[in-house]
Design a protein around this ligand. Sequence first.
Ligand SMILES: [Zn+2]
Ligand SMILES: [Zn+2]
Length: 293
Amino acid sequence: MRITVLGTSASAPTKERGLPAVFLEYLGEGFLFDVGEGTQRQFMRFGRSFMKITHIFISHYHGDHVFGLPGLLSTMALYGRQRPIHVWVPERQVVYVERFLRALVPSLPFSVEFHPAAPGVLFSTEGYSVSAYALDHTTDCLAYVFEEAPRLKADKEKLRQYGLHGPVVGRLKAGECVDWRGKRICPEDVVYEKPGREVVYVADTRPVISNVAKGADVLIHEATFLESERQMAVEKKHSTAREAAEVAKALGAKKLILFHFSPRIDDLSLAEAEARERFPDVVAAEDGYTIEI
Ligand SMILES: [Zn+2]
Ligand SMILES: [Zn+2]
């Protein structure tokens, strides 16, 4: 699983920073969270393929999070995309985002399927699920949670103790007891459940603690302002870097990635430092920041 933070600026781009977009690659699928203006170029800059995108999740319809959509889809058409693409948008905003796209790009050689997103599970497969929960911004805004299904694993040390190998391990994982070298061995003797990985994407919001996001391996959280600008964060319904760190702590997250910085913040180390006072494993992402988990 690889996560690339493609754009880290809020409201407007800067010379160094593009607008919000985070790309998660997982077993041949590509999940794009938000699509700020210029996202297609960020893919090229950082050596990622936008043709791999299977789903796009829009947090909300403020321009800095959606203006990249028509350009991105048009270029996909130019490159011969045929595979359908799914676009999730908060339910009351679907009509506007869809109209915005269709007005500028009336026809595409592949189907763009818009889905209304609301708090709860959006969809799931055998291997993972994607859920949403409500944030607290000036308009409907959703956080998205990618969660891998738990997996059954065989404890290597125990397999060695019992001398187990080959197809019999598969039978144990499938829930069968087996007779092996004169002993009866059951799944609970060697098989355990490994929890799936969880990635949480939180764009524009005041701090929100949701059970859906508890125990995230990676929390990607907006940090538009510094703590010295807290009043502005409250008025504009955004978070400070320190508040993002407090959210990470309350959620029991393992790692925090800050993004969506006001263009006025030149020195990201200030955001990172104030967050670290509350939560140690934090990084203020530059464009192109990548992590594999
Ligand atoms: Zn924004
Ligand atoms: Zn916004």
